[in-house]
Design a protein around this ligand. Structure first.
Ligand code: PBG
Ligand code: ZN
Length: 321
């Protein structure tokens, strides 16, 4: 008989034969910035996650660095929303202001900016509306996305992460960045993003619930595996530097598929609903929270992810330190 247990008996040997590791360098931590001062409002559906004004964001960066976390992804919640998300197109809007301040105070912090319009539009959709078809107009949205990318670049963003699932977005942004003198600015594409119920809590914190309909006319059908691979490969062909699968937990097969179909680095977004489920079960005493959290993270790495975007990042770092 094959004696599998031979290498499981000694803890040192178990660690020698361990195939997958989770480290603090694997993580990007999401932050939500809003206007004002002294504001730190916890999101009821996401214990431990806050909307913060810029002064609080800067304190948070200090804490993150003390934990060894040097990568963040930034979402802006503007004071004023309108039909095209003007705040996101302005060099003095919430996101540009925040990026400049963070890079000034914490130059070593690697600042990724989420590039989308749903937090900035009064209708909550991810671009300019096509009123006839009651959906987002793809090509009009490409134009303002290029503008938004240049706003992020001028503010000093270290990487741009388009999350709106518009066709042709990577070509558009790459051209805009190259043309603007930002050929070295990388793009992490939300390349395979599903229309998911797991985004529920995020829309509370980002105040981005669509005022009508849903995002199924631009985000992917959760049932589609071949299309999921094509989406990521298309973004690779257009020049994306890093691909992404989102959400993570219900899509581990897709992570593995894309890992095998592409040589690019691959990120997973461990989304708000996934975080909320663990928090809730942990608080109710139904699971050993820390243990299940670490098991989940190692599952993402084992499935083929290189990078994990997660609200758990600080807790993981605390456990690893
Ligand atoms: C915006 C965006 C969403 C998330 C990241 N960027 C939500 C959405 O598409 O509604 C989800 C993050 C999460 O649920 O944690 N395009
Ligand atoms: Zn969006």
């Amino acid at each position: 008989m094959e004696r599998f247990r031979r290498t499981r008996l000694n803890p040192q040997l178990r660690s020698l034969v361990r195939e997958t590791y989770v480290g603090v360098n694997d993580f990007i931590y999401p932050l939500f910035v809003r206007p004002g001062e002294g504001i730190k409002t916890e999101v009821s559906s996401m214990p431990g996650v806050y909307q913060m004004s810029l002064d609080e964001i800067l304190k948070e960066c200090e804490l993150l660095q003390s934990l060894g976390i040097y990568s963040i992804i930034l979402f802006g919640i503007p004071a004023v929303k309108d039909s095209i998300g003007s705040d996101a197109l302005c060099d003095h809007g919430i996101i540009a202001t925040a990026v400049r301040a963070i890079k000034r105070a914490y130059p070593k912090m690697f600042v990724v900016t989420d590039l989308c319009f749903c937090e900035y539009t009064d209708h909550g959709h991810c671009g300019i509306l096509d009123h006839v078809h009651e959906t987002v107009d793809n090509d009009l949205t490409l134009g303002i996305s290029a503008q938004q990318a240049l706003v992020h670049a001028r503010a000093g963003a270290d990487m741009i992460a388009p999350s709106g699932m518009m066709d042709g977005i990577i070509t558009t942004l790459r051209d805009a960045l190259d043309g603007g003198g930002y050929a070295n600015l990388p793009i992490m594409s939300y390349s395979t993003k599903f229309a998911s119920g797991y985004y529920g809590p995020f829309r509370d914190v980002a105040e981005s619930v669509p005022s009508f309909g849903d995002r199924s006319s631009y985000q992917m059908d959760p049932a589609n595996r071949r299309e999921a691979i094509r989406e990521s490969l298309a973004d690779e062909a257009q020049g994306a530097d890093i691909l992404m699968v989102k959400p993570a937990l219900a899509y581990l097969d897709i992570i593995r598929d894309i890992r095998e179909a592409s040589q690019l680095p691959l990120a997973v977004y461990n989304v708000s609903g996934e975080y909320a489920m663990l928090k809730c079960a942990g608080a109710a005493g139904l699971i050993d929270y820390n243990r299940v959290m670490m098991e989940t993270m190692v599952g993402f790495k084992r499935a083929g992810a290189d990078i994990i975007i997660s609200y758990h990042a600080k807790e993981v770092a605390q456990l690893l330190n």
